[in-house]
Design a protein around this ligand. Structure first.
Ligand code: UGA
Length: 435
Protein backbone atom coordinates (compact mmCIF):
# COMPACT_ATOMS: atom_id res chain seq x y z
CA UNK A 1 0.00 0.00 0.00
CA UNK A 2 1.07 3.60 -0.49
CA UNK A 3 1.13 5.53 2.78
CA UNK A 4 1.68 9.18 3.60
CA UNK A 5 2.52 9.83 7.26
CA UNK A 6 2.25 13.48 8.25
CA UNK A 7 4.42 14.51 11.18
CA UNK A 8 7.88 13.02 11.79
CA UNK A 9 7.77 13.34 15.55
CA UNK A 10 8.11 10.32 17.74
CA UNK A 11 4.84 8.64 16.73
CA UNK A 12 4.91 9.52 13.02
CA UNK A 13 8.50 8.47 12.49
CA UNK A 14 8.10 5.15 14.27
CA UNK A 15 4.78 4.41 12.53
CA UNK A 16 6.03 5.35 9.07
CA UNK A 17 9.30 3.49 9.45
CA UNK A 18 7.69 0.32 10.77
CA UNK A 19 5.04 0.27 8.05
CA UNK A 20 7.78 0.67 5.44
CA UNK A 21 9.66 -2.20 7.04
CA UNK A 22 6.53 -4.29 6.54
CA UNK A 23 6.79 -3.70 2.79
CA UNK A 24 4.60 -0.64 2.29
CA UNK A 25 5.67 2.34 0.23
CA UNK A 26 5.79 5.12 2.85
CA UNK A 27 6.48 8.84 2.57
CA UNK A 28 6.89 10.77 5.81
CA UNK A 29 5.97 14.42 5.52
CA UNK A 30 7.05 17.25 7.79
CA UNK A 31 6.99 21.04 7.51
CA UNK A 32 10.47 21.26 9.03
CA UNK A 33 12.87 21.24 6.08
CA UNK A 34 16.00 20.77 8.16
CA UNK A 35 14.48 17.74 9.85
CA UNK A 36 13.44 16.23 6.52
CA UNK A 37 16.90 16.82 5.05
CA UNK A 38 18.49 15.30 8.15
CA UNK A 39 16.28 12.21 7.93
CA UNK A 40 17.29 11.72 4.29
CA UNK A 41 20.89 11.67 5.49
CA UNK A 42 20.09 9.20 8.24
CA UNK A 43 20.09 11.77 11.06
CA UNK A 44 17.36 10.71 13.49
CA UNK A 45 16.15 13.57 15.70
CA UNK A 46 15.27 11.34 18.67
CA UNK A 47 17.00 8.49 20.46
CA UNK A 48 14.96 5.32 20.20
CA UNK A 49 16.67 1.91 20.26
CA UNK A 50 16.66 0.27 16.81
CA UNK A 51 14.98 3.19 15.02
CA UNK A 52 18.04 4.62 13.32
CA UNK A 53 18.99 1.30 11.69
CA UNK A 54 15.43 0.75 10.54
CA UNK A 55 15.10 4.24 9.03
CA UNK A 56 18.42 3.97 7.18
CA UNK A 57 17.73 0.48 5.83
CA UNK A 58 14.24 1.23 4.56
CA UNK A 59 15.31 4.59 3.13
CA UNK A 60 18.22 2.99 1.27
CA UNK A 61 15.97 0.23 -0.04
CA UNK A 62 13.52 2.85 -1.35
CA UNK A 63 10.47 1.96 0.75
CA UNK A 64 10.76 5.01 2.99
CA UNK A 65 10.96 8.60 1.76
CA UNK A 66 10.94 12.01 3.41
CA UNK A 67 9.53 15.23 2.01
CA UNK A 68 8.03 18.60 2.91
CA UNK A 69 5.76 18.59 -0.15
CA UNK A 70 2.47 17.04 0.94
CA UNK A 71 0.77 18.06 -2.30
CA UNK A 72 3.14 15.82 -4.31
CA UNK A 73 2.46 12.76 -2.20
CA UNK A 74 -1.20 12.86 -1.12
CA UNK A 75 -2.78 12.38 -4.60
CA UNK A 76 -0.96 9.06 -4.86
CA UNK A 77 -1.64 7.80 -1.33
CA UNK A 78 -4.03 4.99 -0.36
CA UNK A 79 -3.70 5.93 3.28
CA UNK A 80 -2.87 9.26 4.92
CA UNK A 81 -1.84 9.03 8.56
CA UNK A 82 -2.07 12.21 10.64
CA UNK A 83 0.58 11.99 13.35
CA UNK A 84 1.26 15.59 14.28
CA UNK A 85 1.69 16.80 17.85
CA UNK A 86 -1.24 17.68 20.10
CA UNK A 87 0.50 19.56 22.92
CA UNK A 88 -1.15 20.75 26.09
CA UNK A 89 -2.68 24.21 25.78
CA UNK A 90 -2.82 26.71 28.65
CA UNK A 91 -6.21 25.40 29.75
CA UNK A 92 -4.93 21.81 29.98
CA UNK A 93 -6.91 20.75 26.91
CA UNK A 94 -5.09 19.38 23.85
CA UNK A 95 -4.05 21.97 21.27
CA UNK A 96 -5.32 20.67 17.94
CA UNK A 97 -4.19 23.48 15.66
CA UNK A 98 -1.61 21.27 13.90
CA UNK A 99 -4.31 18.67 13.15
CA UNK A 100 -6.67 21.25 11.60
CA UNK A 101 -3.85 22.67 9.50
CA UNK A 102 -3.05 19.23 8.10
CA UNK A 103 -6.70 18.57 7.27
CA UNK A 104 -6.84 21.84 5.32
CA UNK A 105 -3.60 21.05 3.51
CA UNK A 106 -4.50 17.53 2.44
CA UNK A 107 -8.17 18.03 1.53
CA UNK A 108 -7.62 19.36 -2.03
CA UNK A 109 -5.29 16.48 -2.89
CA UNK A 110 -7.08 13.48 -1.41
CA UNK A 111 -8.14 10.66 -3.71
CA UNK A 112 -11.77 9.63 -3.39
CA UNK A 113 -10.81 6.16 -2.19
CA UNK A 114 -8.11 7.34 0.21
CA UNK A 115 -8.39 6.64 3.92
CA UNK A 116 -7.40 9.39 6.35
CA UNK A 117 -6.34 7.95 9.73
CA UNK A 118 -5.83 10.06 12.84
CA UNK A 119 -2.93 8.60 14.84
CA UNK A 120 -2.27 11.62 17.08
CA UNK A 121 -3.78 11.43 20.57
CA UNK A 122 -6.87 13.60 20.21
CA UNK A 123 -9.88 14.39 22.40
CA UNK A 124 -13.06 12.43 21.87
CA UNK A 125 -15.01 13.93 19.01
CA UNK A 126 -11.97 15.07 17.00
CA UNK A 127 -12.36 12.36 14.39
CA UNK A 128 -15.95 13.42 13.81
CA UNK A 129 -14.75 17.00 13.38
CA UNK A 130 -12.08 15.91 10.90
CA UNK A 131 -14.76 14.01 8.98
CA UNK A 132 -17.04 17.07 8.87
CA UNK A 133 -14.20 19.37 7.93
CA UNK A 134 -13.13 17.10 5.06
CA UNK A 135 -16.74 16.94 3.89
CA UNK A 136 -16.92 20.71 3.78
CA UNK A 137 -13.57 21.10 2.05
CA UNK A 138 -13.97 18.31 -0.53
CA UNK A 139 -17.73 18.31 -0.98
CA UNK A 140 -17.92 14.56 -0.34
CA UNK A 141 -17.90 12.08 2.55
CA UNK A 142 -14.24 11.04 2.89
CA UNK A 143 -13.09 7.85 4.56
CA UNK A 144 -11.76 8.83 7.94
CA UNK A 145 -10.73 6.56 10.83
CA UNK A 146 -9.08 6.66 14.23
CA UNK A 147 -6.11 4.41 15.09
CA UNK A 148 -4.45 5.48 18.34
CA UNK A 149 -0.94 4.35 19.17
CA UNK A 150 0.16 2.55 22.31
CA UNK A 151 3.94 2.76 21.86
CA UNK A 152 6.26 3.29 24.79
CA UNK A 153 9.39 5.36 24.32
CA UNK A 154 12.41 3.11 24.61
CA UNK A 155 10.60 0.05 23.22
CA UNK A 156 8.58 1.64 20.43
CA UNK A 157 9.71 -0.65 17.60
CA UNK A 158 8.83 -3.80 19.53
CA UNK A 159 5.57 -2.28 20.74
CA UNK A 160 4.67 -1.49 17.14
CA UNK A 161 5.71 -4.84 15.71
CA UNK A 162 4.17 -6.91 18.54
CA UNK A 163 1.13 -4.94 19.73
CA UNK A 164 -1.09 -6.26 22.53
CA UNK A 165 -3.98 -5.10 20.38
CA UNK A 166 -4.72 -2.70 17.56
CA UNK A 167 -7.59 -0.30 18.18
CA UNK A 168 -9.47 1.17 15.22
CA UNK A 169 -12.38 3.58 15.15
CA UNK A 170 -14.22 3.28 11.83
CA UNK A 171 -17.38 4.45 10.09
CA UNK A 172 -17.61 1.94 7.25
CA UNK A 173 -16.45 -1.45 5.99
CA UNK A 174 -14.08 0.09 3.47
CA UNK A 175 -12.01 1.68 6.25
CA UNK A 176 -12.17 -1.53 8.27
CA UNK A 177 -10.80 -3.58 5.36
CA UNK A 178 -7.89 -1.22 4.75
CA UNK A 179 -6.94 -1.14 8.44
CA UNK A 180 -7.22 -4.93 8.60
CA UNK A 181 -4.95 -5.38 5.55
CA UNK A 182 -2.45 -2.83 6.82
CA UNK A 183 -2.14 -4.45 10.24
CA UNK A 184 -2.42 -8.13 9.18
CA UNK A 185 1.37 -8.72 9.41
CA UNK A 186 1.34 -7.47 13.02
CA UNK A 187 -1.43 -9.80 14.11
CA UNK A 188 0.20 -13.11 13.26
CA UNK A 189 0.87 -13.74 16.96
CA UNK A 190 -2.89 -13.94 17.46
CA UNK A 191 -3.35 -10.53 19.05
CA UNK A 192 -6.63 -8.84 18.08
CA UNK A 193 -7.54 -5.87 15.93
CA UNK A 194 -10.56 -4.24 17.54
CA UNK A 195 -13.07 -2.25 15.52
CA UNK A 196 -15.31 0.26 17.22
CA UNK A 197 -16.65 3.76 16.70
CA UNK A 198 -14.13 6.62 16.37
CA UNK A 199 -15.42 8.04 19.68
CA UNK A 200 -14.79 4.76 21.52
CA UNK A 201 -11.37 4.42 19.94
CA UNK A 202 -10.38 7.96 20.94
CA UNK A 203 -11.59 7.40 24.48
CA UNK A 204 -9.83 4.01 24.71
CA UNK A 205 -6.48 5.71 24.16
CA UNK A 206 -7.03 8.30 26.90
CA UNK A 207 -8.60 5.84 29.30
CA UNK A 208 -5.70 3.38 28.92
CA UNK A 209 -3.09 6.05 29.60
CA UNK A 210 -5.12 7.48 32.47
CA UNK A 211 -5.51 4.10 34.16
CA UNK A 212 -1.77 3.40 33.88
CA UNK A 213 -1.08 6.84 35.34
CA UNK A 214 -3.58 6.08 38.12
CA UNK A 215 -1.68 2.90 39.03
CA UNK A 216 1.53 4.92 39.30
CA UNK A 217 0.01 7.67 41.47
CA UNK A 218 -1.68 5.04 43.62
CA UNK A 219 1.52 3.12 44.32
CA UNK A 220 3.39 6.37 44.98
CA UNK A 221 0.80 7.33 47.58
CA UNK A 222 1.16 3.91 49.21
CA UNK A 223 4.97 4.28 49.04
CA UNK A 224 4.80 7.56 50.94
CA UNK A 225 2.63 5.85 53.52
CA UNK A 226 5.13 2.97 53.72
CA UNK A 227 7.90 5.41 54.62
CA UNK A 228 5.88 6.76 57.54
CA UNK A 229 4.74 3.40 58.95
CA UNK A 230 8.02 1.52 58.48
CA UNK A 231 6.77 -0.78 55.69
CA UNK A 232 8.78 -1.68 52.60
CA UNK A 233 6.94 -0.73 49.40
CA UNK A 234 8.80 -3.40 47.48
CA UNK A 235 7.34 -6.14 49.66
CA UNK A 236 3.92 -4.48 49.55
CA UNK A 237 4.08 -4.18 45.74
CA UNK A 238 5.01 -7.83 45.33
CA UNK A 239 2.42 -8.91 47.88
CA UNK A 240 -0.22 -7.03 45.90
CA UNK A 241 0.99 -8.02 42.45
CA UNK A 242 0.62 -11.75 42.99
CA UNK A 243 -3.11 -11.18 43.06
CA UNK A 244 -3.84 -11.80 39.39
CA UNK A 245 -6.54 -9.15 39.45
CA UNK A 246 -3.85 -6.59 40.29
CA UNK A 247 -0.70 -7.77 38.49
CA UNK A 248 2.79 -6.32 38.62
CA UNK A 249 2.88 -3.84 35.79
CA UNK A 250 3.03 -0.09 36.34
CA UNK A 251 3.20 -0.44 40.09
CA UNK A 252 6.80 0.69 40.49
CA UNK A 253 6.98 3.65 42.84
CA UNK A 254 9.38 6.44 41.96
CA UNK A 255 9.37 10.10 41.10
CA UNK A 256 5.99 10.12 39.41
CA UNK A 257 5.27 9.76 35.72
CA UNK A 258 6.83 12.14 33.21
CA UNK A 259 7.23 12.25 29.46
CA UNK A 260 5.08 13.64 26.71
CA UNK A 261 2.04 11.43 27.23
CA UNK A 262 0.75 10.66 30.72
CA UNK A 263 0.88 14.18 32.22
CA UNK A 264 -0.70 15.74 29.13
CA UNK A 265 -3.29 12.99 28.57
CA UNK A 266 -4.48 12.84 32.18
CA UNK A 267 -5.02 16.60 32.15
CA UNK A 268 -6.68 16.54 28.73
CA UNK A 269 -9.10 13.85 29.88
CA UNK A 270 -9.89 15.79 33.05
CA UNK A 271 -10.34 18.92 31.02
CA UNK A 272 -12.75 17.12 28.66
CA UNK A 273 -14.78 15.84 31.61
CA UNK A 274 -14.72 19.34 33.13
CA UNK A 275 -16.07 20.83 29.95
CA UNK A 276 -18.99 18.40 30.20
CA UNK A 277 -19.67 19.35 33.86
CA UNK A 278 -18.59 15.93 35.06
CA UNK A 279 -16.12 17.02 37.79
CA UNK A 280 -13.40 14.43 37.13
CA UNK A 281 -12.17 13.71 40.66
CA UNK A 282 -9.93 10.71 40.00
CA UNK A 283 -8.04 12.31 37.11
CA UNK A 284 -7.44 15.51 39.06
CA UNK A 285 -6.19 13.55 42.06
CA UNK A 286 -3.88 11.41 39.89
CA UNK A 287 -2.33 14.57 38.49
CA UNK A 288 -2.03 16.23 41.92
CA UNK A 289 -0.36 13.17 43.47
CA UNK A 290 2.03 13.09 40.53
CA UNK A 291 3.01 16.73 40.79
CA UNK A 292 3.68 16.20 44.50
CA UNK A 293 5.66 13.01 43.88
CA UNK A 294 7.86 14.59 41.25
CA UNK A 295 9.24 16.88 43.92
CA UNK A 296 9.80 14.10 46.46
CA UNK A 297 13.55 13.90 45.91
CA UNK A 298 13.79 17.67 46.31
CA UNK A 299 11.90 17.46 49.63
CA UNK A 300 14.22 14.73 50.95
CA UNK A 301 17.37 16.59 49.94
CA UNK A 302 16.00 19.86 51.31
CA UNK A 303 15.16 18.23 54.65
CA UNK A 304 18.56 16.52 54.94
CA UNK A 305 20.55 19.71 54.38
CA UNK A 306 18.02 22.00 56.09
CA UNK A 307 17.75 23.88 52.79
CA UNK A 308 21.41 24.88 52.88
CA UNK A 309 23.02 23.55 49.74
CA UNK A 310 25.20 26.50 48.85
CA UNK A 311 28.56 25.15 47.71
CA UNK A 312 27.50 21.52 48.22
CA UNK A 313 28.40 19.29 45.32
CA UNK A 314 25.53 17.11 44.10
CA UNK A 315 26.22 14.31 41.61
CA UNK A 316 23.20 13.41 39.51
CA UNK A 317 22.64 10.11 37.74
CA UNK A 318 19.86 10.14 35.16
CA UNK A 319 18.11 13.06 33.48
CA UNK A 320 15.71 11.44 31.00
CA UNK A 321 12.13 10.87 32.20
CA UNK A 322 12.80 7.14 31.90
CA UNK A 323 15.59 4.88 30.62
CA UNK A 324 16.32 4.19 26.93
CA UNK A 325 15.23 7.63 25.80
CA UNK A 326 16.77 11.07 25.52
CA UNK A 327 13.40 12.67 26.28
CA UNK A 328 13.41 15.08 29.23
CA UNK A 329 9.88 16.42 28.82
CA UNK A 330 8.22 16.58 32.27
CA UNK A 331 11.22 14.67 33.68
CA UNK A 332 11.56 14.80 37.49
CA UNK A 333 15.22 15.72 37.00
CA UNK A 334 14.13 19.17 35.81
CA UNK A 335 12.56 19.92 39.16
CA UNK A 336 15.65 18.82 41.03
CA UNK A 337 17.97 20.83 38.78
CA UNK A 338 15.90 24.01 39.21
CA UNK A 339 15.93 23.58 42.98
CA UNK A 340 19.68 22.94 43.18
CA UNK A 341 20.46 25.91 40.93
CA UNK A 342 18.27 28.14 43.09
CA UNK A 343 20.07 26.92 46.21
CA UNK A 344 23.53 27.53 44.73
CA UNK A 345 24.66 23.92 44.77
CA UNK A 346 27.46 22.70 42.52
CA UNK A 347 25.94 20.26 40.06
CA UNK A 348 27.54 17.44 38.09
CA UNK A 349 25.26 15.38 35.85
CA UNK A 350 25.38 12.18 33.86
CA UNK A 351 22.88 10.52 31.56
CA UNK A 352 23.67 8.05 28.78
CA UNK A 353 21.43 9.83 26.23
CA UNK A 354 19.77 13.00 27.56
CA UNK A 355 22.76 15.28 28.22
CA UNK A 356 22.31 17.34 25.07
CA UNK A 357 18.66 18.05 25.77
CA UNK A 358 19.49 19.17 29.32
CA UNK A 359 22.43 21.26 28.14
CA UNK A 360 20.11 23.10 25.75
CA UNK A 361 17.83 24.05 28.65
CA UNK A 362 20.29 24.66 31.47
CA UNK A 363 23.59 25.52 29.75
CA UNK A 364 26.32 26.57 32.18
CA UNK A 365 23.95 26.71 35.15
CA UNK A 366 25.05 23.09 35.47
CA UNK A 367 28.74 23.02 36.34
CA UNK A 368 29.84 19.68 34.90
CA UNK A 369 28.40 17.48 32.16
CA UNK A 370 30.18 14.19 32.84
CA UNK A 371 31.33 11.50 30.45
CA UNK A 372 30.52 8.72 32.88
CA UNK A 373 28.64 8.23 36.14
CA UNK A 374 31.76 7.96 38.28
CA UNK A 375 32.95 11.40 37.19
CA UNK A 376 29.64 12.84 38.39
CA UNK A 377 30.16 11.71 41.99
CA UNK A 378 33.83 12.65 42.24
CA UNK A 379 34.09 14.74 45.41
CA UNK A 380 30.30 14.89 45.75
CA UNK A 381 28.49 15.54 49.01
CA UNK A 382 25.70 13.31 47.77
CA UNK A 383 24.39 11.35 44.81
CA UNK A 384 20.84 11.87 43.52
CA UNK A 385 19.29 9.32 41.13
CA UNK A 386 16.43 10.28 38.82
CA UNK A 387 16.40 7.59 36.13
CA UNK A 388 16.78 3.81 36.42
CA UNK A 389 19.28 3.27 33.60
CA UNK A 390 20.66 -0.28 33.83
CA UNK A 391 24.24 0.97 34.01
CA UNK A 392 23.50 2.57 37.40
CA UNK A 393 22.16 -0.59 39.03
CA UNK A 394 25.33 -2.30 40.22
CA UNK A 395 27.98 0.27 41.10
CA UNK A 396 31.18 -0.63 42.88
CA UNK A 397 30.11 0.76 46.26
CA UNK A 398 33.67 0.81 47.61
CA UNK A 399 34.84 2.93 44.71
CA UNK A 400 31.75 5.11 45.02
CA UNK A 401 32.42 5.71 48.69
CA UNK A 402 36.08 6.44 48.22
CA UNK A 403 35.40 8.99 45.48
CA UNK A 404 32.52 10.79 47.22
CA UNK A 405 33.08 13.41 49.87
CA UNK A 406 30.25 11.93 51.94
CA UNK A 407 28.47 8.58 51.44
CA UNK A 408 24.93 9.87 50.97
CA UNK A 409 22.51 8.67 48.29
CA UNK A 410 19.04 9.99 47.41
CA UNK A 411 17.53 7.39 45.11
CA UNK A 412 14.25 8.21 43.38
CA UNK A 413 14.07 4.82 41.66
CA UNK A 414 14.89 2.23 44.34
CA UNK A 415 17.87 0.87 42.44
CA UNK A 416 19.70 -0.67 45.36
CA UNK A 417 19.09 -3.33 47.95
CA UNK A 418 18.73 -1.74 51.38
CA UNK A 419 21.02 -4.33 53.00
CA UNK A 420 23.78 -3.78 50.43
CA UNK A 421 23.92 0.01 50.76
CA UNK A 422 23.74 -0.23 54.53
CA UNK A 423 26.55 -2.80 54.63
CA UNK A 424 28.65 -0.44 52.53
CA UNK A 425 28.12 2.38 55.01
CA UNK A 426 25.88 4.68 52.96
CA UNK A 427 23.18 6.95 54.25
CA UNK A 428 20.44 6.01 51.84
CA UNK A 429 17.07 7.58 51.08
CA UNK A 430 14.84 5.77 48.60
CA UNK A 431 11.09 5.62 47.88
CA UNK A 432 8.73 3.86 50.25
CA UNK A 433 11.48 2.09 52.19
CA UNK A 434 13.18 2.93 55.44
CA UNK A 435 16.54 1.40 56.34
C1 UGA B 1 3.04 5.79 27.64
C2 UGA B 1 2.23 4.49 27.54
O1 UGA B 1 2.83 3.46 28.33
C3 UGA B 1 2.10 4.03 26.09
O2 UGA B 1 1.26 2.88 26.01
C4 UGA B 1 1.49 5.17 25.26
O3 UGA B 1 1.42 4.83 23.90
C5 UGA B 1 2.35 6.40 25.40
O4 UGA B 1 2.44 6.77 26.79
C6 UGA B 1 1.71 7.50 24.61
O5 UGA B 1 0.57 7.87 24.90
O6 UGA B 1 2.30 7.94 23.61
P1 UGA B 1 5.68 6.40 27.66
O7 UGA B 1 5.24 7.75 28.14
O8 UGA B 1 6.64 6.29 26.53
O9 UGA B 1 4.38 5.51 27.19
O10 UGA B 1 6.38 5.66 28.86
P2 UGA B 1 5.97 4.64 30.03
O11 UGA B 1 6.90 3.49 29.98
O12 UGA B 1 4.55 4.35 30.01
O13 UGA B 1 6.34 5.50 31.33
C7 UGA B 1 5.66 6.70 31.63
C8 UGA B 1 6.11 7.23 32.96
O14 UGA B 1 5.63 6.43 34.02
C9 UGA B 1 7.64 7.31 33.16
O15 UGA B 1 7.93 8.55 33.76
C10 UGA B 1 7.95 6.18 34.11
O16 UGA B 1 9.08 6.42 34.90
C11 UGA B 1 6.69 6.13 34.94
N1 UGA B 1 6.42 4.81 35.53
C12 UGA B 1 6.08 3.76 34.75
C13 UGA B 1 6.49 4.66 36.90
O17 UGA B 1 6.80 5.62 37.65
N2 UGA B 1 6.21 3.44 37.46
C14 UGA B 1 5.86 2.37 36.70
O18 UGA B 1 5.62 1.28 37.28
C15 UGA B 1 5.81 2.52 35.31
Amino acid sequence: MKLAVIGTGYVGLVTGTCFSDLGNDVTCIDVNEAKVEGLRQGIIPIYEPGLSELVIRNYEEGRLKFTTAASDVIPDSDVVYIAVGTPQSDSGAADLSAVWKVVEDIAPHLREDALVIVKSTVPVGTNAKVFEMLKKLTGRECHCASNPEFLKEGSAIDDFMYPDRVVCGVRNEFSEEILQTLHAPLLRTGKPILFMSPESSELTKYAANALLATKISFINEIANLSEKVGADINDVRIGMGHDQRIGFQFLFPGLGYGGSCFPKDVRALASLADSLDLQPKIMRAVDEVNVHQRASLVRKIDAYYGGDLAGKKVGIWGLAFKPKTDDVREAPALELLRYLIEKGAEIAVHDPEAMENIQQQFGDKIHTYCKNEMEAIDGADCLAINTEWNEYRTPDFNKLKSKMKAPVIFDGRNLFDLGVVEKNGFTYYSVGRTP
